[in-house]
Ligand binder design. Structure first.
Ligand code: ADP
Ligand code: F6P
Length: 324
């Protein structure tokens, strides 16, 4: 029989993402509405091991749905990667009367959740990452804000770059995943989109297309480069040397991860936060919330981590079709 859940914990872990606060708020308020106590755990698994744990009431999450970052803080915790660290985390949960934890983060955070579940702490994960790289879900909290932030910044760079008839390389976040680059590439009308999943490292073909485009009268060439490809500054130098066209690199960096969350991120975070609490109270553990084919759903975390996410070939093809 499922154990009765009287107290839950909530933490954010890994890279922060806009909308995490909306998710925390939803977890806290849903739990309280269902008669369950909530404890906030600061700085992810590190804060759990450091016992940075305090009671959260409904008023503690007032006026924060619009804030970027995470009020609980986040961290990367090496100690929690070890069996001893994980056992210590589970023991601390028991000591504080925490029957289950809602964790908000990316796939690393999910792996931590698996370990806690295996040690008897009911754990539910919520996908919170700007990278959109969790395979079991069509949506991850923070992506919409990040992509809009990047798109607006790229529009601005494009204005000045086009005025000077330059080529611009703009590097967006995504160490292993090219979703921000793909979306910005389409939304900003880029000529080239370089993403870890697809780029063949054929710089000469980019150089050829810049030269051909210039001959055909195009005055500006925009390349969106995902962080995972990197080397934007040296690439700009090589392109300038090969084409004779002034080329500048702009690395957008961490500004993409901050800022006030969009309505979409707040909405998804709110529903996912509530959903996480409700499936936990229904007795589930080692599950992740997801959004698939228009519905909020949940998956076993072991299965979720086995799933592969691939860039849709049609969407990728369209990105190059539209760049002529
Ligand atoms: P994200 O959740 O954004 O993918 P990380 O990969 O940095 O970020 O993971 C966040 C934290 O999750 C790590 O610092 C670590 O504490 C925990 N974690 C990651 N992988 C594991 C693992 N295999 N076992 C236990 N904990 C893990
Ligand atoms: O949050 C996701 C992400 O932005 C990745 O795209 C990036 O590679 C990573 O986080 C970098 O985060 P940090 O520098 O904080 O480790």
């Amino acid at each position: 029989m499922a154990k009765e859940i009287k107290t839950i914990g909530v933490l954010t872990s890994g890279g922060d993402a806009p909308g995490m606060n909306a998710a925390i708020r939803a977890v806290v308020r849903t739990a309280i509405a269902r008669g369950v106590k909530v404890k906030g755990i600061k700085k992810g698994y590190q804060g759990l091991l450091n016992e940075e744990i305090s009671d959260m009431e409904a008023r503690h999450v007032s006026d924060m749905i619009q804030l970027g970052g995470t009020v609980l803080g986040t961290a990367r915790c090496m100690e929690f990667m070890t069996p001893e660290g994980q056992q210590k985390g589970a023991d601390i949960c028991r000591e504080y009367g925490i029957d289950g934890i809602v964790v908000i983060g990316g796939d690393g955070t999910y792996r931590g959740a698996q370990k806690l579940s295996a040690l008897g702490i009911n754990t539910i994960a919520i996908p919170g990452t700007i990278d959109l790289d969790i395979a079991c879900t069509d949506y991850t909290i923070g992506f919409d804000t990040a992509v809009n932030t990047a798109m607006q910044a790229i529009d601005k760079v494009k204005d000045t770059s086009a005025s000077h008839e330059r080529c611009s390389i703009i590097e967006v976040m995504g160490r292993d995943a090219g979703y921000i680059a793909l979306w910005c590439g389409i939304a900003n009308g880029a000529e080239d989109i370089l993403i870890p999943e697809k780029y063949d490292y054929n710089e000469q073909s980019i150089i050829n297309s810049i030269i051909n485009n210039r001959r055909r009268g195009k005055t500006h060439h925009l390349i969106i480069n995902a962080e995972g490809i990197g080397h934007s500054t040296s690439m700009a130098k090589r392109i300038e040397a090969a084409t004779g066209i002034e080329t500048r690199a702009t690395i957008l960096g961490y500004m993409q991860r901050g800022g006030t969350p969009t309505a979409k991120d707040r909405y998804f975070a709110s529903i996912m936060g509530a959903y996480a609490v409700d499936i936990m109270l229904a007795g589930k553990t080692n599950r992740t919330v997801g959004y698939r084919h228009g519905e909020f759903v949940d998956y076993d975390i072991d299965e979720a981590l086995q799933m592969k996410k691939e860039i849709d070939p049609y969407q990728y093809e369209v990105s190059s079709l539209l760049s002529i």
